[in-house]
Design a protein around this ligand. Structure first.
Ligand code: SAH
Length: 346
């Protein structure tokens, strides 16, 4: 049965919910990972796209129960880079050879559209792709960033289980998050989404729905992160057992369903497994997002505990990641890495 499902997924890239659940609950997923790796190689090649991540502010007006930088966590030392510091950090990332800069933060209202557009325009002068990951905004704001030059937007749906989402993200509406994703698509962004895996109360059915949701949109990119409880949040007592394996299976099935999208090997995976990103790169992933935030600020952008490379600097992370990628017979692709670039090059 597994062989049949895998064969069909690999050739037609279509699965029903029950079949996805079958794959997600496999006790031994070696064949699934191998199929995802073949599809990755065929559709996006051996190149790995690097994205320079700049965590520019940990101020956040939201109160997501799982997140370490939630507004309600009074233990967080809050920091905010100035626009000049953000552009300087981006320039440094570009000097290390990065072709995409990802600007990520909590939902920090200090950065209004004018400030963000200024930052985007300055970074665009460096001839790189700009990705934003700054949460839910109005359509007008998304339009303004796009006009300023932003190319991509990352907004994880976190979970497609609406009730669970609204329980874990108090005050936020699931419908609004979906609205954001469709607005971003219509405005011509490359859209990245993704899920957290292992949330309390999350079912296999809802995980299968997440994948079908990404396929329906469709996303250009999606990141799957294992949920890692943060001690200063209401979910502090939750466990991480099995989250890495389940996240890896989700990612592999996603590669089968969306064969040519960009899929990152997420930082949270490496937090739960010492070689997590390399394992992910061999089970469907083709993107890595090394941290380029100044070392001084890294400890404070603590979404979850045990985040890797917190004591490192951008130069070290760049070198280390490339070495790891080369160690598994893959290489860093020097391009900007838009969705479909690999196939266009064929
Ligand atoms: N404010 C932005 C960026 C959020 S931080 C936004 O709303 O999109 C980026 C991602 O970190 C989140 O989308 C979430 O999936 C992940 N994250 C947050 N808390 C986490 C935790 N405890 N474990 C693992 N990942 C977490």
């Amino acid at each position: 049965m597994t062989d049949d499902i895998l064969h069909r997924a690999e050739t037609t890239h279509t699965l029903r919910s029950a079949e996805i659940i079958h794959l997600l609950t496999l006790p031994d997923a070696v064949a699934l990972f191998a199929a995802a790796d073949r599809v990755r190689k065929k559709f996006v090649g051996d190149g790995v796209y690097l994205r320079a991540l700049i965590e520019f502010s940990n101020y956040c007006k939201n109160n997501c129960l799982y997140c370490g930088i939630r507004a309600g966590n009074s233990h967080v030392h809050r920091y905010r880079l100035t626009p000049e510091e953000i552009v300087r950090t981006a320039r440094q990332a570009v000097s290390y050879g990065y072709k995409t800069v990802v600007l990520q933060s909590g939902e920090d209202v200090w950065f209004d559209a004018d400030k963000l557009c200024h930052i985007i325009r300055e970074i665009k002068k460096l001839d790189v792709a700009v990705t934003l990951s700054i949460g839910e905004k109005t359509r007008e704001e998304y339009a303004a960033y796009r006009t300023a030059g932003a190319d991509r937007y990352l907004l994880r749906i976190e979970t497609t289980d609406k009730m669970l989402y609204e329980k874990l993200d108090p005050g936020m509406r699931w419908d609004n998050r979906v609205r954001c994703l469709y607005d971003l698509k219509e405005l011509g962004y490359e859209v990245g989404s993704g899920s957290l895996v292992g949330l309390p109360g999350q079912t296999m059915e809802s995980l299968a729905n997440d994948l079908l949701f990404f396929q329906k949109l469709p996303v250009d990119m999606a990141g799957i992160g294992p949920f890692i409880p943060h001690p200063q949040t209401p979910l502090a007592q939750e466990k991480t057992d099995g989250h890495f394996e389940l996240a890896l299976k989700m990612m592999a099935v996603m590669r089968l369903l969306l064969p040519d999208i960009n899929i990152p090997a997420t930082t949270a995976m490496e937090t739960l497994h010492p070689q997590g990103r390399l394992v992910a790169l061999q089970a469907g992933a083709n993107v890595v997002m090394p941290n380029t935030t100044d070392t001084e600020f890294r400890p404070f952008y603590e979404l979850y505990p045990g985040k890797i490379c917190v004591g490192d600097n951008a130069a070290k992370c760049r070198g280390c990641v490339e070495q790891k990628i080369n160690s598994i017979g893959r290489h860093v692709d020097p391009g900007k890495g838009f969705h479909g670039d690999y196939l266009k090059g064929k």
